[in-house]
Design a protein around this ligand. Structure first.
Ligand SMILES: [Zn+2]
Length: 319
C-alpha cells in the first residue's frame, strides 16, 4: 500500500508494516511474477513517485506490445466482436495512438493515462486469446503518414460518415483525419439515438458558460458531414457560441450528429428539457469501431480497413 503525506510516499505491506518512505520507488517483480495494485495484476514494473508537478502518481512501466494486450480488449471486445481482422485493425490503431503520444505527458511523469483520456488499460485481467493473437501477428506495425506514426483517433460509431478532426477538436486540419469516409455501421445499437436531457442534469456545464438560465439553443453551423459544429446557447444573462465537441459535452449528447432538436420550456420561458435525435456515438473522427467490425465481416483485411478510415496512410513495421 502507498500513502502520501506532505510530499512523501509511505509504503507498507499488506499487514500494514512500514516498508519505506521517500519521494519515489520502483517496484520490480521477481522473474515470472506479477505485481498487484488494488487487486489487479500488472505485467512489468510499478513506479510510485511524486511527479514534477508535485502530484503522486503510480506508473506501470512496461513495453508497448505488452501494454497493448491490456488495452485492445477494453477498446474493442473480442468476446462481443470475435473478428480477427477487426481486432487487428484496432490493435494497430491503439499501437499507433500510443506511439504518437509518447512524451506528451512527460511533465506529469508518464506517457499515457490508463483511461479514455488516452486508451483504457486494465493490466493482466483484460487480456484475451484473440486480442493477444492480434497483438502478436501485427507486432511492431504502425500506421504512418509521411513516415511518421499518425494520431490514430478512433471512436465507437460514426453514424455512417466519419467526422473531421478540425471540426470536432477545433484544431488545425490533419490530412488523414479529414473525415467523410463512408461507413457501414447501420446495425450498431448506437447508429441512431434519441435523448431527453433535463436541464438540471447539465446545469453544471451550463453554469460554467456564465449565461444564466437557458432560454434558447440555436444551431449555427453544420460540418460537411452533417454534424453541428457551432451552437449558440442563449441565456438570461447573455449568450455564448460553443464549437465542436464542447457542444456534445455541454449537453451530454452521444455525438454532434444531431438530426432533430426540440426544447420544452417552463412557464417562465426557460428551457427545462432538451429532446434530441441523432446518429453515432463518439467524436466520429478516424477509425469507426462498429464499421471496422462490419468491414471485417465482409472479408476486409485490417490494412485495408485502416486505409479506409485514415486516408493516404501507409503501414510500416517498426520492430
Ligand atoms: Zn461508422
Amino acid at each position: 500500500m502507498a500513502r502520501v503525506s506532505q510530499g512523501k510516499i509511505y509504503l507498507s505491506d499488506s499487514s500494514g508494516r512500514m516498508l519505506a518512505s521517500g519521494s519515489g520507488f520502483r517496484l520490480q517483480p521477481r522473474s515470472g511474477r506479477l505485481l498487484k495494485l488494488d487487486g489487479v495484476s500488472y505485467r512489468g514494473a510499478l513506479e510510485v513517485f511524486i511527479n514534477p508537478v508535485k502530484k503522486p502518481v503510480i506508473v506501470n512501466d512496461l513495453d508497448l506490445e505488452t501494454y497493448l494486450r491490456g488495452v485492445v480488449p477494453n477498446e474493442l471486445s473480442p468476446t462481443a466482436y470475435p473478428h480477427l481482422q477487426a481486432i487487428k485493425a484496432q490493435t494497430v490503431a491503439a499501437r499507433t495512438f500510443a506511439l504518437s503520444n509518447l512524451g506528451l505527458n512527460a511533465r506529469k511523469g508518464f506517457d499515457l493515462y490508463s483511461d479514455s483520456r488516452s486508451q483504457t488499460y486494465r493490466g493482466r485481467r483484460s487480456e484475451q486469446t484473440l486480442s493477444d493473437r492480434a497483438v502478436k501477428e501485427t507486432r511492431g506495425m504502425v500506421a504512418v503518414y509521411r513516415k511518421k506514426p499518425i494520431v490514430a483517433f478512433y471512436s465507437s460509431t460514426c453514424g455512417g460518415l466519419t467526422a473531421s478532426y478540425h471540426d470536432m477538436f477545433q484544431r488545425p486540419e490533419i490530412s488523414y483525419l479529414r473525415g467523410g469516409a463512408k461507413c457501414p455501421d447501420q446495425d450498431s445499437p448506437h447508429r441512431n439515438w434519441k435523448s431527453r436531457i433535463s436541464v438540471t442534469d447539465v446545469q453544471q456545464a451550463l453554469d460554467r458558460l456564465g449565461i444564466g438560465r437557458l432560454k434558447k439553443l440555436v444551431p449555427m453551423r453544420k460540418s460537411r458531414q452533417g454534424r453541428i459544429v457551432e451552437m449558440k446557447f442563449v441565456g438570461s444573462k447573455g449568450e455564448k457560441v460553443l464549437k465542436g465537441l464542447k457542444i456534445r459535452s455541454a449537453l451530454k449528447l452521444r455525438s454532434n450528429w444531431i438530426t432533430d432538436l426540440n426544447t420544452r420550456k417552463n412557464k417562465s420561458k426557460y428551457i427545462r428539457e432538451i429532446r434530441a435525435e441523432g446518429r453515432g456515438w463518439g467524436h466520429g473522427v478516424g477509425l469507426c469501431q462498429m464499421g471496422t467490425v462490419k468491414l471485417a465481416e465482409r472479408g476486409w483485411k485490417f490494412e485495408r480497413i485502416l486505409k479506409h478510415y485514415y486516408s493516404g496512410i501507409e503501414m510500416d513495421r517498426r520492430w
